[in-house]
Design a protein. Structure first.
Length: 183
């Protein structure tokens, strides 16, 4: 018998001072049985950093042809393809052919460094790819905020993000490993 996803609900308030974007999002997040709280919360952080009414969580880990999040335009074309973790370079190449913009949010300091060193040369060639690293233990601190029902506030200013649940606050300083060519 296959294990089922665990459903999490997040009431997310985003105040992105850098983009001038303010929004309230009632999110339902399905955590795959093999997914950790850390990975799920990095997905949630990715949503907050790029928040938009058209941005949506996908089936993620349970499918090979969908990212963790995506944003489609009114015609169904993929505007933004978002991967979390350390995706295979071939997968990213394919995503860059399918979507206008591709974003990767890597995490896990040592493993993210090794992944980048192994793939940097090939990834630099992908013009519509942007890679952002979530530093150090931020993923573990985000995981501590995970609850089946969450009320979270995310403030983004000067490239930094603060995610809080009313009791604890996690500060994240994402680092750009690669930006889109020509941006």
């Amino acid at each position: 018998m296959a294990l089922k996803a665990t459903i999490f609900k997040a009431d997310l308030q985003v105040s992105d001072l850098d983009r001038g974007h303010y929004g309230h999002y009632d999110l339902t997040i399905a955590r795959h049985p093999s997914e950790t709280d850390e990975r799920m919360m990095v997905r949630l952080l990715a949503f907050a950093l790029l928040a938009d009414d058209a941005l949506a969580f996908t089936r993620g880990l349970s499918t090979n042809d969908e990212p963790d999040l995506w944003q489609k335009d009114l015609t169904g074309d993929i505007e933004l393809w978002i991967e979390v973790g350390l995706p295979d370079e071939r997968r990213l190449r394919k995503a860059c052919g399918r979507a206008r913009h591709v974003r990767v949010f890597s995490y896990g300091e040592r493993s993210a460094d090794i992944w980048w060193q192994q793939n940097a040369t090939l990834l630099e060639r992908l013009g519509n790819l942007e890679v952002t690293e979530i530093p150090g233990d931020a993923g573990n601190r985000l995981a501590a905020l995970a609850e089946r029902t969450m009320q979270l506030n995310c403030t983004i200013q000067d490239g930094a993000a603060w995610l809080d649940n009313g009791q604890d606050t996690v500060e994240i300083q994402p680092t750009a490993r690669k930006t889109e060519t020509g941006r």
